[in-house]
Ligand binder design. Sequence first.
Ligand code: BES
Ligand code: MN
Ligand code: ZN
Length: 506
Amino acid sequence: MILLSKQAIKIMDYSIESAPLETLQCDCIIVGIYEDHQFSPSATALDNSTHGMISKIVSRGDISGKNGETVLINVIPDSRIESILLVGLGKKDLLSGKNYRKALFAAINSLKKPQIKSVACSLAECEVIAGDWQWKTRQIIEVFNDAIYQFTAQKSDKDTESKLQKISIIAPESEIASSQAGLAQGQAIAEGINLTKLLADLPGNICTPTYLAGQAIELGKKYEKLTVTILEEADMAALGMGSFLSVSRGSRQPAKLITLDYQGGEKNSKPIVLIGKGLTFDAGGISLKPGLGMDEMKYDMCGGAAVLGTLLAAATMQLPLNIVGLIPSSENMPDGDANKPGDIVTSMSGKTIEILNTDAEGRLILCDTLTYAEKFNPEVVIDLATLTGACLVALGRVASGLLGNDDALCSDLLAAGETAHDSIWRLPLWEEYQELLKSNFADMANIGGKDAGTITAACFLSSFAENYRWAHLDIAGTAWRTGQTKGATGRPVPLLSQYLINRANA
Ligand code: BES
Ligand code: MN
Ligand code: ZN
């Protein structure tokens, strides 16, 4: 069993620098060029100190300043600067947060060359609509971190990893405090994202419920205010979690219910509860999934991984909040003892459920966890789950689905998603949809037919979340990328971290 070491989730070394550009010791300096040949302040400064080198390249037409263009200038005569990367930023007055991030991605992607180990990034000086120095500093770290991450844990040849080690973010004296605050947040969130991605990218034969529980325990050892406890199947049986246990019965891997209790706030303040679906492999059970692409169902624990990543970020930032993370973890496999279509189980809430499709297992493990969450007397409960393929049909891989029983909570989450550029979109939870879950034989069915799959899944969950303010994030389309760049994204760690930061500041 490989245990996650600090090394494995380590991010690059980031610092804030305010020394003049020409005096910096680094392999490359990143500066911005706008459309219409306008220069960022640092581009102007470097142009002056290199006898108009940048002006020459721009007037030659090598870069027009369109967002995302890059030109690497490799030899700088009579200068201690090794190289300069020009990055197109687009129209000066229109630099949106989204385009700022795009330019950052283009910049870092063009610097994954072996000879470049240290980089100074001057782009935090660029005016961004609704982006202050703190936000811009944080985005540099988050975007660079995202682009540099590579899953090599199971590769013999680790030489493909980027050699980049050190990033200096340039800020004037007057903005250092704000930039430092962004740096601290960015580092914490980036580490949380790395942990989430790494756990998610690990295959199902390594990342089992037992492994996930082991990682949670390791995480708990690193933070004084974080206490981790694991409920075993016998504990869950004693609590009456008949729905959750019906799923794990079909697997040889024992189920775990992981609790992470972070006490950063006042003793009596109610906790924010985060619940993450931790299905370490979803074969569908007796309602077996088709073979093509089934490997991607190792990602069915991305919600759980994101809860771990978010708690890591919150604990690192030492947020003055109480936060409880709950991760129901199981496999969903076909087996002689697995759930069969038509089976009826009794949930911890007492409600009976007719399992018409064993592949709708996420809601079966989440419903008992939602009931269990009541014991924490939560301020709010947010669950995150790779719950429905239908969410991909509705929203693609751009936004996560948001559904909930509380408008204020939903609008807080929407706002956090916008700031963090980790977007979500709300879908309705009207009672008309609840009709679709009627069962002839039990209190409810676990599926609602072919219409409105994301909504009926959330409707199912809502029946177990009636006693508190609750929101559900369907991350089926956003938690990982498919195809050539297959890999975990770490979403919605940025969104949840932002939500928690906003709560801490409120
Ligand atoms: N984990 C899947 C949802 C999923 C499917 C996420 C594809 C990402 C990509 C979930 O357990 C599932 O199988 N849901 C079923 C529900 C259906 C049987 C009502 C689905 O979406 O097909
Ligand atoms: Mn399933
Ligand atoms: Zn699933």
